[in-house]
Design a protein around this ligand. Sequence first.
Ligand SMILES: [Zn+2]
Length: 328
Amino acid sequence: MITMINTNNEPKTLLDAVKFFSDYENCRSFMVEARWPDGKVKCPTCGSEHVTYMQKTRRWKCYSKHARPQFTLKVGTIFEDSPISLEKWLPTVWLLANCKNGISSYEVARALGLTQKTAWFMLHRVRLAMRTTVFGKPGGEVEVDETFIGGKARNMHLDRREKAITGTGGKDKAAVLGFLRRGGEVRAEVVPNRKKRTLQGMVRGQVAPGAAVYTDALASYDGLESEFAHQVVDHAVEYVRGRVHTNGLENFWSLLKRGIKGTYVSVEPFHLESYLDEQAFRYNNRDNEEVGDTGRFRAALAHIVGKRLTYDELIGKTALEKQNHILN
Ligand SMILES: [Zn+2]
């Protein structure tokens, strides 16, 4: 059974979203659609469609004989082990999918009547799940550029500020490497440094051999010509040479930095990665204007719960990826 969603009262603002999702039936419609696009609810244990919904307990019952024959919509998703209700989780996803400049845990806490700590944890979990892990290697024309994020010394306590500033000067900043496929998606990753070995290793891991790679004149990119159609635009001379430029990424960096300044007090390196993923998700879905806020929410939710990934699996996977990264 597919429940039709009334599109007239779709949420437009934070308050709308909170109100809209406070109705469990709205949560149920969206969750069922995201998890089972054919509209047929299946038992997460055995996959059987022979299940019955029990309105009273908001559970389904599977008729096959196995342990845990009853299940909720949270089973097998990143929400599963959390006592927080879907009525609070879904507006949080909605906010992350739609707020251009990001959203702070304080705002979420206030809107949903949660503690800031709980809201922070929820945001972190959803950001992690939004991380697009399965990219094909981009081919065609790819802009590659690096930037520094952080260094918000004015927000620090005086003793920390002195420590940060007297260091190497860039010690409190994190280096980030970005990839933008023309007409395609952007992705950005925290890198330990801007050395040749680090940056070129990343490019080789992320970009299909033979692709046109456009970078600035940083010496770390020298030598990419052996595997890519590498072209350099020297910013000391010019910013654009025909198709050779990194303006797409420059645009992404400025959105990124505006978001950090406007909403987040600071970005610790540890959390920076998930913040980058969140911004990349929004950037990559920016042209979905015809689908609007609800469309972006649908895409995010399908991405998050469509994979049937629990939070434990999610963190395990991320840790493994990190490990692979180092090995590569
Ligand atoms: Zn079953």
